[in-house]
Design a protein around this ligand. Sequence first.
Ligand SMILES: [Zn+2]
Ligand SMILES: [Zn+2]
Length: 134
Amino acid sequence: MTQAPLGDVLNAVVAMEGGAEASSGFLTLTHHLLCELGEHDADIEHAAHLWSASAEPPNAPALWFFWTGAGSECAHRVATVPWCPAILRHLDTGVVRMCAFFDHHLAPHSWSVTDPLGDLLAERLVSGDGPDNV
Ligand SMILES: [Zn+2]
Ligand SMILES: [Zn+2]
């Protein structure tokens, strides 16, 4: 989690096509950004999706916030990048999922990212062997 430098973010949004109207929405943007890449090596930049001009992800680049480090060591940049072209197709159901990350990301694709806390809670729910069952 990191603090978003709102000025940098607003400037980048306004610079994008259709961004001038959208920028007003960023006044209520939460200033805390969570990395969306899941678990990854420390030398890979954290990334949080900020905004995209189109409702159809493949058609427009999206604005991302990248950062490394924490606190006074934190370095950040705001960049417009295309979407990751990767697609996951389930042959049995025909369901197609597009990767929700930016192009050339280094961590696994979005469908591989799991929420560690969510997994932990799910495990607790299915295991069911608490002290009462002993
Ligand atoms: Zn991260
Ligand atoms: Zn991807």
